[in-house]
Design a binder for this molecule. Structure first.
Ligand code: MN3
Length: 203
């Protein structure tokens, strides 16, 4: 069965001005769609047909770089859309407690997300992740993912240029300020933290 592009969980213009409808029309409508289409084309009728996207990511890692890139990017982008929200709410009491223990405060976590995102060389992803109740900020390069890792990802931010160039040009820190200050979906992070296992792509 083919994977479908998940519906965007908000209107195209809901994140403006942090992320514009024009950016989403390309980033979701073209880039993400292409990753899903290429994943489907690569697995059709083959040994990976019928597997979950997480199983495909794990099987392709180190074995089939082309499939890995497209499968991981399909997963990462879906996770990214859920990590964003026009009104992201607040961390649950349990997540807030873990944030305080690991970072000191939510504000300090936000500052670290911004600085790690700004400092990440070239394309990649910055994550808030949990491992056994200890939270950390992780980075993956290019299309790499935490979908098959020992970490439980709670949130991610795409720091590829295509995520922000139309809105902020080369100013990645401006994009990160806008996202991290007001558009992170703390409800989604809290759900992921409470579940304690890695989110799965709808199938
Ligand atoms: Mn992207």
């Amino acid at each position: 069965m083919a994977f479908e592009l998940i519906p965007l969980p908000f209107d195209n213009s809901a994140l403006e001005p942090a992320v514009s409808a024009e950016t989403l029309s390309y980033h979701y409508g073209k880039h993400h769609q292409a990753y899903v289409d290429k994943t489907n084309a690569a697995i059709e009728g083959g040994e990976h047909s019928g597997k979950s996207l997480e199983q495909i990511v794990a099987a392709a890692r180190g074995a089939d770089q082309g499939l890995f890139n497209n499968a991981a990017q399909s997963w990462n982008h879906a996770f990214y859309w859920y990590s964003l929200s026009p009104d992201g709410g607040e961390p649950s009491v349990e997540l807030q407690s873990a944030i305080d223990q690991s970072f000191g405060s939510l504000d300090q976590l936000k500052e670290q997300l911004k600085s790690r995102g700004a400092g990440h060389f070239a394309s990649g992803w910055v994550w808030l992740a949990d491992r056994d109740g200890k939270l950390s900020i992780e980075e993956t390069h290019d299309g790499d993912t935490l979908a098959d890792s020992d970490f439980n990802p709670l949130l991610t931010i795409d720091v590829w240029e295509h995520a922000y160039y139309l809105d902020h040009q080369n100013k990645r820190p401006a994009y990160l300020d806008a996202i991290v200050d007001a558009k992170l979906n703390w409800r989604f992070a809290s759900e992921n933290f409470a579940r304690g296992s890695i989110w799965t792509y709808p199938s």
